[in-house]
Design a protein around this ligand. Structure first.
Ligand SMILES: NC(=O)c1ccc[n+]([C@@H]2O[C@H](COP(=O)([O-])OP(=O)(O)OC[C@H]3O[C@@H](n4cnc5c(N)ncnc54)[C@H](O)[C@@H]3O)[C@@H](O)[C@H]2O)c1
Length: 341
């Protein structure tokens, strides 16, 4: 018998709490193993070293369906505990997944073997083994369209627009556990260089379509790059903590080159960690090694580590290790949003 929508959208994805699990003994033991276990241990100690180095600002890069998979609270905690100073992300994570849940909606535990025709008829979207109510996603699109229509009609960086989303959530959000809201409160800028490639894009298309011939809000991606470059210029040193690859990885790596290009040379990223499933054989950016990035003058080679593993397994261990080391307690609150203006 075909299941009903209520039956399919019953078991919610629950977000992992790194505060509740001291993974340090496990991660230390992995350091005496081989392969990705040892690499993960080194990545965790490098992230911890970035936090211990009080002159180093940390840029967190995010790609992949991380928040729908239960990793949202990990990033909320990194923001709230000064373990990250700026975020570069895909739009889907920030809008379709984080802002979406802040509107009161949830992701559901489904199955990769579900009948996709049935799902389509029931307005259920699938991300591998996770289900989403398409009607709720449409509400997220519409909220972005309404928000855009309430703002001054001019070009915005994605950082500015996401800041407005944070201010909106402070007034109307249904949960405090939101990356957009936590970042807004902590002065942590969030950049989505390909902001229209997600639910925000539908909202902005609707905004521009319905305002044809009149002044419109738009997103200025070059301004994002300028603002992130300004963030780097405000730091003595920088470290990259990258989860997945894609546009966020390249965008954050490139600020070193951008600073040089505007006559304000800065040091290469002093630390770099990447958790990814992509390898280097196809020559594409997502799997390119951090040593390769060094040949482009972006990342120093002494403190870099790739970890080949899926992020639902690797991020809780690396972030959890650094959280329980508690070096974040001595870090300054940088509020890099101020450097973007
Ligand atoms: N992911 C979605 O469900 C979704 C939904 C709507 C829009 N989009 C848009 O599609 C574009 C691509 O985004 P994307 O999030 O699919 O990233 P992506 O496909 O660009 O991912 C880049 C790389 O990150 C690595 N990666 C991804 N997930 C990983 C994981 N769980 N563990 C380890 N490594 C992982 C892989 O190597 C991948 O090649 C973005 O503009 C985004 O806004 C994505």
């Amino acid at each position: 018998m075909t299941p009903t929508k209520t039956e399919l959208l019953r078991d919610t994805i629950e977000h992992l709490d790194i505060k509740a699990h001291d993974v340090r003994p496990l991660v230390r033991a992995m350091g005496h193993m081989a392969f990705q276990a040892r690499n993960l241990h080194r990545a965790a100690t490098l992230y911890d070293a970035m936090l211990e180095d009080t002159e180093c600002g940390v840029i967190l890069c995010l790609a992949g369906s991380l928040f729908s998979a239960g990793l949202k609270q990990v990033v909320v905690d990194l923001v709230r505990h000064r373990m990250v100073d700026a975020i570069v992300s895909t739009g889907a994570l920030i809008v379709d997944q984080d802002f979406f849940e802040a509107l009161g909606f949830r992701h559901y535990r489904g199955s990769p073997h579900a009948d996709d025709n049935t799902l389509r008829e029931l307005h259920i979207d699938r991300i591998y083994d996770t289900f989403i109510d398409e009607d709720e996603l449409r509400e997220c699109d519409a909220t972005i369209a309404r928000l855009a229509s309430e703002l001054e009609t001019r070009p915005y960086s994605s950082r500015e627009f996401i800041g407005e989303m944070g201010a909106w959530l402070a007034r109307h959000g249904k949960t405090r556990d939101s990356v957009v809201l936590a970042a807004h409160e902590a002065g942590v800028p969030i950049f989505c260089p390909a902001f229209s490639d997600c639910s925000a894009g539908f909202g902005l298309v609707h905004h521009q379509w319905t305002r044809a011939g009149r002044p419109q809000l738009s997103i200025d991606s070059a301004r994002d790059f300028l603002e992130l470059t300004r963030c780097r210029l405000a730091l003595r040193d920088s470290g990259l903590f990258m989860v997945g690859g894609g546009v966020p990885k390249n965008f954050a790596q490139d600020v070193v080159v951008a600073a040089d290009f505007v006559g304000q040379p800065v040091a290469m990223h002093k630390y770099a960690v990447q958790l990814t499933v992509a390898d280097e054989r196809d020559g594409a950016l997502s799997g390119s090694t951090l040593r390769e990035a060094s040949s482009w003058g972006k990342v120093a080679t002494t403190a870099e580590q790739m970890v080949y593993g899926e992020a639902t397994l690797t991020l809780p261990l690396v972030a959890g290790y650094a959280f329980h080391q508690r070096h974040w307690e001595a870090r300054p609150e940088r509020r890099l949003v101020a450097a973007c203006q």
